[in-house]
Structure formats: structure tokens, C-alpha cells
Design a protein around this ligand. Sequence first.
Ligand SMILES: N[C@@H](CCC(=O)N[C@@H](CS)C(=O)NCC(=O)O)C(=O)O
Length: 211
Amino acid sequence: MTPTLWGRATSVNVQKVMWALAECEIAHTRIDAGGRFGRTESDEFGAMTPLRRVPVWQEDGITLWESHAILRHLARGPAAALWPETSAERATADQWIEFTTTTLLPPLIGVFYQKVRLAPPDRSVDLLSTHLGGLDTALDILDARLADSPWLSGPSFSIADIAAGSPMYRYFTMDIPRPHRPALADWYARLTKRSAYRETVMTSYDELRGA
Ligand SMILES: N[C@@H](CCC(=O)N[C@@H](CS)C(=O)NCC(=O)O)C(=O)O
């Protein structure tokens, strides 16, 4: 069976997987699901994931949901180039992936909702300010790490950069204040030089805008 990625290309969590697949030129089929494509309420989809969210990865012997679990799975197999060599660097990659889930993504998604996804009458100045505050904290931490290390897990690009780097295109293109963080800006500039990033992540999110 050709491995299948389920999920719409405008989802930041699907983009992580698309990016890893593109970096390593892994053959697969992608089926649009979620958002305007629907499908997630079908029995077939519910049988793959109780969350009914995207992405879902299907290959012989395994059906996986949760984008970071999919990244780790690929990095232990066909995307081994994205898994650091040493045990310490692997643990460090894991640490930054967890940080992405717990500390970076919640405020970044909150800001994205307030600036893009919600229609202007549904937006809240107070919530935007709260989310921007949380985002500042997370980005200061990332900036300090990247001042010390070229990539999040150490000397080489890894799935940690994919997890944390995927939402950065939205961060750097939304109409929001962006305090100068030199190491973060340099890391992002290096991400944008990767053709796989440009093809899978640096794509329009206009269709997600609230009316
Ligand atoms: N923690 C999950 C979150 C998955 C998630 O929230 N996916 C969103 C898209 S980014 C979703 O399925 N939204 C509903 C939809 O697209 O219909 C992961 O990392 O895979």
C-alpha cells in the first residue's frame, strides 16, 4: 500500500508532515480532509482517529494520528535524515517538540484566530493581547536557544525544527507586532531557503480568513 496522508494542505499540523515527507522525498498519496473538504465526520475517518482531526498517516501495519507522533515515526524510518545522531540530541529534539505543543502553539494559534480565522466582529482585543503575551514568552525562549545552537536539537536540522518551524510562516506574515529577535529571524530565514518549506508551508492561508 502506498502510504497515505489524510489532511488539508492549509492545516499547520498537516504541513509539518508534508514538510518532512518533502524533505526526504517519501512517496505517498495525500487525501484532502478537514475544513472545507469535510470527510472527518465519516465512519471511515472515525475508524482511523477518535479525534476526527487531521493529519492522519496510514501505511501497512499502522494508522497514526497526532502530527508529532507521525513525525517521530517517519524519523525512525524513511525520514531518518531528520532524526539526530546522538541520544542527547534526540532527547533535545523531543524536548523542543514538547515545547512546541505546550508553550508555542497554543498562543500562536490563539493569535492566528484573532487576526485571521475569526471575522472582525468576533475578535477580542483582550484575548489577542493575552495570546501575544504568551507568544512573546515562547519566542523569547526559542530565540535564546537559537542564539546558542544553529538548529533546535543541535548542529543538524531535525524534526524539532519542523515542528516549531511550521507555524513560523504564519507568525512572520500576520499583521502583528514582531519584536526583533535576531536568532529567531536568522533561523526563519534559513528555513525559508529550504525548497520543501517553501512548497509545503509558505502557502496562502487566505481561504481560512473569517468573512
Ligand atoms: N494535536 C493534533 C492537532 C490536530 C488538529 O487540531 N488539527 C486541526 C487542523 S490544524 C483540525 O483537524 N481541525 C479540524 C479541521 O480541519 O476540520 C496534531 O498535532 O495532529
